[in-house]
Design a protein around this ligand. Structure first.
Ligand SMILES: Nc1ncnc2c1ncn2[C@@H]1O[C@H](COP(=O)(O)OP(=O)(O)OP(=O)(O)O)[C@@H](O)[C@H]1O
Length: 256
């Protein structure tokens, strides 16, 4: 393992509940952290067709599920040696379907900061910083889940993750409900977080135009296996488009 290893998977497999097949099969890769203030920080994208295991992989990375086999390391320490809550403070996952759990948007953003027992003034300061940075209109903040659109909820969920200032931000389809303006904003924001050495980001996204502009590294999953792991400069984007299209046609054929 390299000295600056941030997150590492070693032969990680996830079996189905019945154990007869794999959702992920012997996945290994490593994301390096900054060395001597190295910048930009990694921007990793995971692509693959429906059901290829992308969300399962993100869940493994933030330990909301455990591998059936293999080991996950954070900064060189195996998962068994790190308290799961501590792990999830450093590695924050934003799922595609943002839930506010009966809270208003403002309460939902504050909640994880309160769990960390930060001082009230500190919580307020972080919230103000990120609410302003994400240009969240005041009127959204007192609304509950059902009074916000899918895109607005997604934006609030992003804010709830960013206030935590995680080492690693895991985003599952962060742009699926966003309009073009917000999609462009999130792209700029993620690049800035990387360029300024604040956060390493791993994004799952079906929108290849977004992925192409966002990532410096691409992981390609197929049927639970890591088929390629490439520096973005090595990626043949039209080949990736072709492979994803082929997989989609194949799965539609299976369903029809
Ligand atoms: N809790 C679970 N129990 C059993 N099977 C599951 C479970 N969660 C996911 N799966 C299956 O695991 C496989 C991978 O699912 P996953 O959600 O990781 O795929 P994905 O690549 O994120 O798909 P999509 O692009 O459609 O979101 C799928 O075949 C799915 O049906």
């Amino acid at each position: 393992m390299s000295e600056s290893s941030l997150l590492k998977l070693e032969a990680v497999s996830v079996r189905t509940k019945l154990g007869s097949s794999y959702l992920l099969n012997k996945i290994s890769f490593e994301i390096e952290g900054p060395e001597d203030g190295d910048r930009p920080l990694p921007r990793v994208a995971i692509v693959g067709s429906n059901g290829s295991g992308k969300t399962t992989l993100l869940r493994i990375l933030n330990r909301s599920i455990s591998p059936s086999e293999g080991t996950v390391y954070l900064e060189g320490r195996p998962a068994r040696e790190v308290d799961p809550l501590q792990w999830r403070q450093d590695v924050v996952l934003v799922l595609q379907e943002a839930k506010l759990l009966g809270m208003t948007a403002r309460e939902a953003i504050a909640y994880p900061l309160k769990l960390r027992k930060l001082a009230r003034s500190h919580i307020q300061q972080r919230m103000t910083t990120w609410i302003e940075r994400l240009e969240i209109p005041n009127e959204w903040l007192d609304r509950g889940e059902t009074q916000l659109s899918g895109g607005q909820r997604q934006w609030i969920a992003l804010c709830r993750a960013l206030v935590l200032q995680p080492k690693i931000l895991l985003l599952d389809e962060p742009t699926s409900a966003l309009d073009n303006k917000r999609t462009a904003e999130i792209l700029t924001l993620l690049k800035t977080l990387s360029d300024t050495g604040q956060t390493t980001t791993v994004v799952v996204n079906h929108q290849l135009e977004f992925v192409e502009q966002f990532c410096d590294r691409l992981l390609y999953l197929q049927e639970g296996e890591l088929r390629s792991d490439l520096d973005s400069s090595q990626v043949d984007w039209s080949a990736i488009r072709g492979q994803l299209l082929e997989a989609k046609i194949e799965s539609e054929r299976e369903w029809s």
